[in-house]
Design a protein. Sequence first.
Length: 77
Amino acid sequence: MHIDYNVLLDATQDDCPIPTIKTKEMLDEMAAGAVLKLVASKEGTIRNIRTFVNNNQCELVHEMKATEGFHFYIRKL
């Protein structure tokens, strides 16, 4: 499945909660409607990102497990 995105955030080397913090910082700088692709390697990030999306002005377009970790596509609303 191919999903277009505007910004890539590679947080595969970061421990929780750093990927979520970096996601917030990136989304704060992005325009409404833009999509962030987050790549993370820690399973704890799954719950953190889902919670973050539910509590902020964004939408989780898609998430998936890949060989290099977890991919999240988040649209800023």
